[in-house]
Design a protein. Structure first.
Length: 247
């Protein structure tokens, strides 16, 4: 039995299993037209005449004239192909979910930074003590991941003095860690990125992108670039590095 004969029988078996021509072609590394041609020639005994003739019972029976061993081998291979395809699909879906979670963390980091000054003002005007901490920063951050309305997220934090103080403290701590990292970095751009994000969101005096560009003698494009990279790294600190790509 030739290799070509075996391939054709595999094509027939996959077709009978409900596979579409395009999927069979991809699996067999063939063109869809060649798959259809192989099926036609197999059914019609390999005839080259392009004139279509009625199939006899004997010709139709060729479709299933496979030995039990051949059918078992083809079924096994088809099952392996199906399992491999299912695993690949699951892995792709997992990566999509992973990416969406990372994007959500980054979005929420920007939301927290944009509202930091307001949250800090609220926390300084509230009575807060360690004994009141029934929630952790991780609990609050986890709840943020399940909300998709920015106003609802911010309101859920600021309406509780405890939550507000916890988040402000958490952001201050992560900013401190980020600053320490940048100060020790051999890349001189790192400390600039820290200073840019600090001036933009944390410092008492609020500066615009234009103000920062003038202060640092840099272009507005570089300010936006620094903010993007700094925010990504802060997101990894604030929410945890899991699921986030950091340059």
């Amino acid at each position: 039995m030739s290799e070509q004969k075996t391939d054709v029988k595999k094509i027939i078996a996959l077709k009978k299993a409900g596979w579409k021509t395009e999927r069979i072609a991809a699996e067999m590394k063939m063109e869809p037209g060649d798959v259809d041609k192989a099926i036609y020639e197999f059914v019609n005994g390999g005839e080259k005449d392009t004139e279509k003739k009625p199939e006899s019972k004997e010709q139709k029976s060729v479709m299933i004239s496979l030995s039990r061993e051949e059918l078992a081998a083809i079924a096994k291979e088809a099952a392996e192909i199906g399992a491999r395809t299912a695993l690949e699909t699951m892995e792709q879906e997992k990566k999509k979910m992973h990416s969406k979670a990372a994007d959500r963390r980054l979005h929420n980091t920007k939301l927290l930074l944009r509202n930091y000054r307001m949250l800090k003002d609220n926390s300084e005007n509230s009575i807060f003590g360690r004994s009141q901490m029934e929630e952790s920063a991780a609990d609050i951050l986890c709840s943020m991941m399940n909300l998709y309305d920015d106003e609802v997220i911010v309101d859920a934090i600021k309406r509780s003095a405890t939550r507000t103080a916890i988040m402000v403290s958490h952001i201050d701590t992560m900013m401190g860690i980020y600053r320490a990292y940048c100060e020790k970095s051999s890349n001189i751009l790192d400390i600039r990125r820290y200073e840019v994000v600090y001036d933009m969101y944390i410092a008492e005096e609020s500066l615009t992108v234009k103000d920062i560009a003038k202060k640092k003698s840099m272009s507005k494009e570089n300010v936006y670039s620094d903010l993007k990279i700094a925010t990504e790294r802060l997101s990894a600190l604030i929410f945890g590095v899991d699921g986030l790509s950091v340059r």
